[in-house]
Design a protein around this ligand. Structure first.
Ligand SMILES: [Zn+2]
Length: 436
């Protein structure tokens, strides 16, 4: 495959410093106004000023002379990485959304056998084909709005067979999708009905049966737990995470979403890669995370969907805590695949600068799923996963609200053809015309 020289672009990218970016560095985004990128075999070979990259290409031997691709002076950013989703599910829960906006509380819905347990029932009853189809549809929606790699958690099976089959579906979806998928095992997502009031016994099942099988099959990179009042307590989470760590899995925690159970501190203590949600985390917990190098993964679309106050993302950045953003896409508390929407909420409602939001949704997000060596910034050696935005700077993602600001999506240097027919335009009239 010949190399491709992408040129005539204003390139914006965070720069990888071999660790997630925190504090003032989180907002440090490099702009190359007349930029170009040389891509070989899907990997960035060089990136810089257009003149410099063209000179480099001119020195290449004939056989290597790259094709050129003119990006029309547009704004280019790394592809979005979504490090926290539950998008492997069987059915949507729109009815529950209607209950919720009419006043029902999230934990009330959970107690009434709705919420996560509804999705557990749906997943257990669904055929593999249906589960795969819905998962791929969700991935496609994410992709359309610029997500070029994402994480998906299990956690709607809640027994050994169904958890493993969810992880198999996630792997299958990852193999069929044109973007990268990281799997996380989340057997400790809820206590299933058959273990009602026997959470401790369910934790034993997770530790003794599910985790060893997951590790043996090598079908998850991370283990996640839901540390929350009425779900799993701190000590139960510690037990699951310790076992997962012993089996070589990376650790993640849904921490302090509704109540502060000390999940942030537990994440620091267990050296988890990330703690997620953190709406109720106290300052001590956040400082422990900062000291322990634990990423904060914030999910503002969930706060939006649940009409809750947002996590204190601005304070976290000021505390030198590296922050990433994710959709939390799931059929209950937040049905959203759009990283641009999350980016916009972070800027408008959490006080992020567009540059901080960019780092949070690309480089820091890549660290949150262990993908930082390949993705998250536009630098030599990384995959050429990038987006052409409809705008001049990354601020366009927040500025042009309610539309998809992503004009084109490139995965390893190849444009993903996303079915965006621009229905109000006559055939052949758009810039997508010409068989692209
Ligand atoms: Zn979640």
């Amino acid at each position: 495959m010949p190399a491709t020289l992408f040129h005539n672009a204003s390139i914006f990218t965070p720069l990888d410093a071999k660790a997630p970016l925190s504090g003032p560095r989180q907002g440090n985004v490099k702009n190359i106004p007349h930029g170009a990128m040389l891509v070989r075999d899907g990997v960035i070979a060089a990136v810089g000023d257009e003149n410099e990259i063209f000179r480099l290409a001119a020195d290449m031997r004939d056989a290597e002379v790259p094709e050129t691709n003119n990006l029309g002076g547009g704004c280019v950013i790394p592809g979005f990485v979504d490090p926290h989703t539950h998008m492997c599910f069987a059915r949507r829960r729109e009815n529950e959304f209607r209950m919720r906006i009419a006043g029902a509380d999230y934990l009330d819905i959970l107690k009434a056998g709705g919420g996560i347990l509804r999705s557990v029932k749906d997943v257990r009853e669904a055929s593999d084909e249906d589960l795969l189809r819905v998962t791929l549809e969700n991935i496609q929606n994410a992709c359309r709005s610029g997500t070029t790699s994402l994480e998906i958690k299990s956690g709607y099976g809640l027994n050994p067979a169904d958890e493993l089959s969810m992880l198999e579906i996630i792997a299958k979806a990852g193999a069929l999708a044109r973007i990268d998928v990281t799997a996380t095992f989340m057997g400790a997502h809820a206590v299933p009905d058959e273990y009602k009031n026997k959470a401790e016994e369910y934790v034993d099942l997770v530790i003794n049966e599910m985790l060893p099988a997951v590790a043996e099959q090598g079908i998850a990179r991370y283990c996640d737990v839901f540390c929350e009042q009425g779900v799993f307590g701190r000590e139960q989470c510690r037990r699951v995470l310790s076992s997962a760590r012993d089996l070589g899995l990376g650790l993640k925690i849904h921490a302090d979403e509704v109540h502060d159970l000390g999940g942030a501190k537990l994440a620091a203590e267990m050296r988890a890669v990330s703690a997620e949600h953190l709406l109720a985390a106290d300052a001590d917990g956040l400082l422990a995370m900062a000291a322990g190098g634990v990423l904060a993964v914030l999910l503002p679309a969930t706060a939006y969907s649940l009409r809750k106050p947002y996590a204190r993302g601005r304070d976290m950045i000021n505390m030198n805590l590296p922050v990433a953003l994710a959709t939390d896409c799931n059929p209950g508390s937040c049905f959203c695949e759009s990283m641009p929407f999350v980016f916009g909420l972070a800027v408008m409602n959490m006080g992020f600068t567009p540059e901080e939001a960019l780092t949070a949704s690309t480089l820091n997000a890549a660290y949150a799923v262990g993908d930082n060596a390949r993705r998250g910034s536009l630098e030599p050696g990384k995959d050429a996963d990038f987006l052409l935005l409809d705008g001049e700077t990354p601020a366009a993602v927040a500025y042009h609200a309610g539309t998809n600001p992503v004009r084109r999506v490139y995965k390893r240097g190849r444009e993903l053809v996303i079915d965006n027919p621009q229905p109000c335009m006559a055939a052949g009239g758009g810039h997508h015309a010409g068989g692209r």
